[in-house]
Design a protein around this ligand. Structure first.
Ligand SMILES: *Cc1c(COP(=O)(O)O)cnc(C)c1O
Length: 393
């Protein structure tokens, strides 16, 4: 079975480009050009050099000995938390800013929820001296003041989205509206493996540096390229796509995706799309999404803003329905405890998104000689206030 995108932009039955006609020229320009540009020697050279010199790659693959001992298996951590700006998101924004330059775009727009993707976008725009406009829900602007300040300090304009629930979904709608109005000079940097084709594939390719490095690093440490399992948390699914990418066709490697159950799958306050979602269209892509009986998108909930999304990217919808991926979900409470555990066993404070991935070891058992790689998607600095309030620190 093929788990990658086909030439029509589909992963199995999921994906495609379900977009308003007004957006067609923009998306089509990108679709026609993205693979060609990514394969240019000059593009590869710039991308590799920025990942190395600016982002700080390769990130270490670290054997977590105390965490491994606790769960009686061999657990490696892929340290995306050590990337510049504190998470994997910058791998994608570096790639897309170079893409925008090759397409001769002079203005960047982005949507952001918690502000992590907005910060990663504002960062690369500052680096390149390109105008940057970030759409963010009015509610999120209030909740995520430090990231709003970061974006402004980096020179970006933050525009509040004031419609609907005033959160990520509404910010995305505003960004799409902007792109329709500015088709010639503007590139839209989407922050995960979501959106119309070619975005899910393009973002997965930029993030695939994660599994390319894991292969090489495991070869050095374990004399083989493949682990028994790769574990990652899934919001839209970009850090997971990057960690799985070079193992998709190798069925000896178990793929484990961890979603946010929020207050519990049946609580009505959850973001566990694989458990609760049905096929539908969101942000230009056919995928699994949480919706009411008559097809209205359900408001998701998770303590971690990065997992608080009502859908998953089409690659993950296909990994789920085909059975290639094992999908687990973790509640707020279990994620928070796991974050505390990793901090105190390894001296690494993870982002709350990532804490979800660490919580599975309480219930999902592995063999003592299994090699399990967990993608440590980001660091917990941005979440300190949430940890403080939760644990009364
Ligand atoms: C944004 C974010 C996520 C969720 O996004 P994906 O596209 O699913 O990777 C996960 N972890 C961290 C640290 C994030 O910032």
């Amino acid at each position: 079975m093929n788990y990658n995108v086909n030439e029509k932009g589909y992963y199995g039955e999921f994906g495609g480009a379900y977009i308003p006609e007004m957006l067609y020229p923009n998306v089509e320009e990108l679709r026609i050009n993205y693979l060609r540009i990514m394969q240019l020697p000059s593009f590869k050279k710039d991308f590799d050099s920025l990942l190395k010199e600016y982002v700080g790659r390769p990130t270490p693959l670290y054997l977590a000995e105390r965490f491994s001992a606790k769960y009686n298996t061999k657990i490696y951590l892929k340290r995306e938390d050590l990337c510049h700006t504190g998470a994997h998101k910058v791998n994608n924004t570096v790639g897309q800013i170079l893409m925008a330059k090759h397409l001769k775009k002079t203005r960047i727009i982005a949507e952001t929820g918690a502000g992590q993707h907005g910060v990663a976008t504002a960062t690369v725009c500052a680096l390149m001296g390109i105008e940057c406009v970030v759409y963010m829900g009015e509610v999120d602007i209030k909740r995520q003041a430090p990231n709003v300040a970061r974006m402004k300090m980096l020179g970006a304009t933050v525009v509040p989205a004031t419609s609907g629930s005033k959160t990520l979904k509404d910010a995305t709608n505003e960004a799409i509206r902007d792109w329709i109005n500015n088709p010639i000079n503007t590139h839209y940097i989407i922050g995960s493996v979501v959106g119309p084709h070619p975005y899910p594939d393009m973002v997965a390719r930029f993030q695939s540096v994660i599994s390319a490095e894991i292969k090489q690093q495991l070869l050095e440490k374990e004399q083989k390229e493949s682990p028994d399992f790769v574990v990652a948390c899934v919001g839209g699914g970009s850090n997971a796509a990057g960690a799985y990418y070079h193992y998709l066709e190798d069925e000896n490697v178990g793929i484990i995706a961890v979603e946010a159950a929020g207050k519990g799958i049946q609580s009505g306050e959850s973001a566990a799309t694989s458990a609760l979602g049905k096929t539908g269209v969101i942000h230009g892509s056919k995928t699994l999404l949480m919706q009411t009986k008559d097809g209205q998108i359900t408001e998701p909930y998770s303590i971690s803003a990065g997992l608080d999304y009502p859908g998953v990217g089409p690659m993950h919808a296909h990994l789920f329905t085909s059975g290639r991926g094992e999908f687990l979900s973790v509640t707020d409470a279990d994620a928070m405890e796991a974050g505390l555990k990793l901090s105190q066993l390894e001296g690494i404070i993870p982002a709350i998104e990532t804490s979800h991935a660490f919580a599975i070891f309480e219930t999902r058992k592995f063999k003592p000689d299994d090699i399990v790689v967990v993608n440590l998607s980001g660091r917990g600095d941005k979440d300190l206030q949430t940890y403080i309030e939760y644990f009364n620190l």
